[in-house]
Design a protein around this ligand. Structure first.
Ligand SMILES: Cc1cc2nc3c(=O)[nH]c(=O)nc-3n(C[C@H](O)[C@H](O)[C@H](O)COP(=O)(O)OP(=O)(O)OC[C@H]3O[C@@H](n4cnc5c(N)ncnc54)[C@H](O)[C@@H]3O)c2cc1C
Length: 590
C-alpha cells in the first residue's frame, strides 16, 4: 500500500477498528525504494507497529537539501487502535476528501431544458468545463481547431520529421490543447477543491493515483495522449459533442449578448460561449477587441530555453552518490533579482530528463517549449529562462520605436477575424499592428518572426551556447549535442531581444552559474521562449466568471489570463461549472 492510496478504513493488526490520525512531515530515506510506512510511523511515534492499520499518503515531496542524503517527506493518514496523543499528530476527522462533482445528467444524456453551450478549445480549461457542465445537464459542444489526439500525433510527426506544418494541428493546437505535448507537470501554487477535482478526474481517466498527493506530480507526454482520449470519451458519455478540425472563425453577438459562433462560414446559435482557446489564438483576441469585450494588458515573460546534461544537474542538486532512479531526475528552480539594475529573471517549466520542443503556430514564426516522457530518463535537462515584461515596458519599447519586423497579424488559415482598427504607427497603435490592448501579442509575434528569420527559414531554430551569449558572438562549433528534434543554426541571440531583456538574461546566467556550477560552461540556448503566459486578461466577474462587458461570454483558462498551467486551467473549467447556476439564474450581468 506504500505509494498507492489504501482503500477505506480497516481494522489494524491488533484487530480493533481504529481512529484516523494525520502525521505530517515524516522523513524517510529516499534510498529505500519500498519503505514500510506503518513501521516508520510506529518508530517515529514510539508506538507498537501492530497498532498501526491502513496508511494513506496525503502528500509526498523530495527534500534534497542535504547533499547525498535525499529524503522523502510524507504527510500520512493512518489508522490507530486506541487513543493517540502526540504533538505531531492530529485527528483526521476534519479532513474530508474533495468529492468529484455529482453527475446530474439523466441516464440517457443531457437535461432537455439545458441551454446550448459552445466551448472553444479542448485544452485543460475547455475539457474541465465540458465535463463539469455536461454533468450539470447542459448541452455542450466543444469546438477544437486541431485534430483528435491520435491524428494530432501524426501531424506533429510530419512537422518534426518532414517540416510539414499544419497551422491548426500542432504542438499547441489539437485535442488536449497545449498540455498534451507537455511534460505533464501538475504543479500548482494554490490547491483548491477545483484543483483536487481536476486531479481526481485525471486519475479517473487513467493517470497514476500518486498525482493527487505528490508535491511535484507529472504525467509525461507518452501517457497524456491516452488520458486526454479517455477524458473525451467520458465527456461524450455525458452527452458532450466534440467537433475536431473545426476552427471557430468568429464570435457573434446580438444586442451585446453572445448569440453564437461562425464555423465553416455559417452561423451556429448558442446561448453561451465558454472561451477556452488558450493564449495563442490571436484571431479570436482581435475579434474580441472588435466586439468591444473588456480586456486589459497583463505582465508576461519572454526569454530562451536552456539545456544542460541531466547528470550535471543530478550531481549538483542531489550529490555524487545518489541513485537518481530512486529520487527521479533532479529539478531546479532558479531566480535572479538584480534590483539595482532593475532586472529580474527566473527559470520556468523545468523538464528533468526531457526534450526541448520546437513550436510554431504560423508558418513564419517559431518558439520553444519543453516536455518529458513519464520516466524522465532522457540525458538532458531543460528549462525556460525568462524575463518579465510589463505593460509599462511595452510602452517604453513603443516610445523608443524598438525595431520590430514589419508584418501583419500572423496568417492563420481558416480564420476571418478582422485586423486592427487603429491606424498603424499612431499612438493608439504603438506597434503598428493592432489595438494597444493587444500590444503584448504583437510584441511576441514579432519576436517569433525575427527568430524565424535568424534561423534562416524553414523552421531551422536559432541556437547559441550560453558562453557565446555572454561573449556576444556566434559559436564556431559543430552541431550541438541536444535533445532537440529539428535542425539548429548557430546565431547570436542577443540582438533578438530589447537591450533590457538581453541584459537581464546575461546577468541571470551569471547568477545561476553560481548556484548551479556548470550552468554557463555546459549550457545550450535554443530560442526564443515566448509563450509563458497570456499578455492579455479578459475581464470577468469573479464569481460567475462571466465577461464584465458581454453577457453569455465566459473567458476561461490561460488565454483569458486566469491560469498558468495545466492544473490551474483545468480547475478553472470545474470552477465555472460549479458556479454555473448563478449564470443560469441570470443574476449577474443581466
Ligand atoms: C510544449 C508545452 C509544454 C508545457 N508543459 C507544461 C507542464 O509541464 N505543466 C503545465 O502545467 N503546463 C505546461 N504547459 C502549459 C499548459 O499546456 C497550458 O498552461 C495549458 O494547456 C492551458 O490550458 P488552456 O485550456 O487554457 O489552453 P490550451 O491548452 O492552449 O488549449 C486551447 C485550445 O483551444 C484551441 N483553439 C484556439 N483557438 C481556437 C478556435 N478559433 N477554434 C477552435 N479551437 C481553438 C486550440 O487549438 C487549443 O487546443 C506547456 C505548454 C506547452 C506548449
Amino acid at each position: 500500500m506504500q505509494d498507492s492510496q489504501a482503500s477505506g478504513r480497516k481494522a489494524n493488526a491488533d484487530g480493533a477498528a481504529g481512529s484516523a490520525y494525520i502525521l505530517r512531515e515524516l522523513a524517510v530515506a529516499a534510498s529505500d525504494p519500498n519503505p514500510d510506512l506503518a513501521g516508520a510511523i510506529a518508530a517515529f511515534l514510539r508506538i507498537k507497529r501492530s497498532k498501526v492499520g491502513a496508511v494513506r499518503i496525503l502528500r509526498k515531496s523530495l527534500d534534497s537539501r542535504k547533499r547525498n542524503q535525499p529524503l522523502w517527506r510524507y504527510s500520512l493518514e493512518f489508522e490507530f487502535a486506541g487513543e493517540l496523543k502526540h504533538p505531531k499528530v492530529a485527528r483526521a476527522d476534519a479532513q474530508g476528501d474533495v468529492p468529484s462533482l455529482p453527475d446530474q445528467s439523466p441516464a440517457g444524456g443531457y437535461r432537455p431544458v439545458g441551454r446550448r453551450v459552445a466551448v472553444i478549445g479542448s485544452g485543460p480549461a475547455g475539457m474541465g468545463a465540458a465535463m463539469g457542465l455536461a454533468r450539470k445537464g447542459y448541452r455542450v459542444t466543444v469546438f477544437e481547431q486541431g485534430s483528435e489526439v491520435g491524428k494530432r500525433f501524426h501531424d506533429i510527426r510530419k512537422f518534426l520529421k518532414g517540416n510539414v506544418f499544419n497551422p491548426h494541428s500542432n504542438i499547441l493546437f489539437g485535442e488536449g490543447g497545449a498540455g498534451t505535448f507537455s511534460d505533464g507537470k501538475l504543479t500548482c501554487r494554490t490547491r483548491t477543491r477545483f484543483t483536487e477535482t481536476f486531479l481526481k478526474e485525471l486519475v479517473a481517466s487513467g493517470a497514476e493515483a500518486d498525482i493527487v498527493y505528490l508535491s511535484h506530480p507529472h504525467i509525461g507526454t507518452d501517457k497524456l495522449q491516452f488520458i486526454v482520449k479517455a477524458w473525451r470519451e467520458r465527456c461524450v458519455a455525458l452527452g458532450c459533442e466534440f467537433r475536431f478540425n473545426t476552427p471557430v472563425e468568429s464570435i457573434l453577438t446580438d444586442g451585446g449578448r453572445i448569440s453564437g459562433v461562425t464555423v465553416a462560414g455559417a452561423a451556429e446559435p448558442f446561448d453561451a460561449l465558454v472561451l477556452a482557446a488558450g493564449h495563442s489564438s490571436r484571431p479570436l483576441y482581435r475579434r474580441l477587441a472588435e466586439l468591444g469585450v473588456a480586456m486589459d494588458r497583463k505582465p508576461f515573460s519572454v526569454g530562451v530555453r536552456v539545456e544542460h546534461p541531466q547528470a550535471m544537474v543530478n550531481r549538483r542538486q542531489l550529490g555524487e552518490r545518489v541513485d537518481a532512479s530512486l529520487t527521479g531526475a533532479a529539478e531546479y528552480y532558479l531566480t535572479y533579482n538584480g534590483e539595482a539594475e532593475g532586472h529580474s529573471a527566473y527559470s520556468f517549466c523545468m523538464c528533468p530528463g526531457g526534450v526541448v520542443v520546437p513550436c510554431a503556430d504560423a508558418d513564419d514564426g517559431l518558439f520553444t517549449n519543453g516536455m518529458s516522457y513519464s520516466n524522465r530518463a532522457g540525458a538532458f535537462a531543460n528549462s525556460a529562462v525568462v524575463v518579465p515584461v510589463t505593460p509599462a515596458d511595452l510602452d517604453e519599447l513603443a516610445a523608443s520605436r524598438w525595431p520590430l519586423a514589419v508584418r501583419g497579424p500572423a496568417s492563420v488559415a481558416g480564420t476571418s477575424a478582422g485586423a486592427a482598427s487603429a491606424p498603424a504607427g499612431t499612438s493608439a497603435d504603438p506597434f503598428g499592428m493592432g489595438p494597444p490592448v493587444l500590444a503584448g501579442l504583437d510584441f511576441i509575434r514579432d519576436l517569433e518572426a525575427k527568430a524565424y528569420e535568424l534561423g534562416g527559414g524553414g523552421f531551422v531554430f536559432p541556437a547559441q551556447t550560453i558562453k557565446a551569449y555572454l561573449e556576444d558572438r556566434v559559436d564556431d562549433l559543430p552541431a550541438p549535442r541536444t535533445s532537440f528534434a529539428k535542425p539548429v543554426k548557430w546565431v547570436n541571440l542577443r540582438p533578438l531581444f530589447p537591450p533590457k531583456i538581453a541584459a537581464a538574461l546575461q546577468e541571470s546566467f551569471r547568477n545561476f552559474d553560481r548556484k548551479l556550477p556548470g550552468f554557463i560552461e555546459q549550457g545550450l540556448i535554443i530560442g526564443p521562449e515566448s509563450r509563458t503566459s497570456s499578455p492579455v486578461r479578459i475581464l470577468r466577474d469573479p464569481i460567475s466568471l462571466q465577461s464584465v462587458s458581454t453577457p453569455g461570454l465566459f473567458p476561461l483558462g490561460e488565454g483569458a489570463g486566469y491560469s498558468g498551467g495545466i492544473v490551474s486551467s483545468g480547475a478553472d473549467g470545474f470552477r465555472l461549472a460549479d458556479g454555473w447556476d448563478i449564470w443560469d439564474a441570470e443574476s449577474v450581468c443581466a
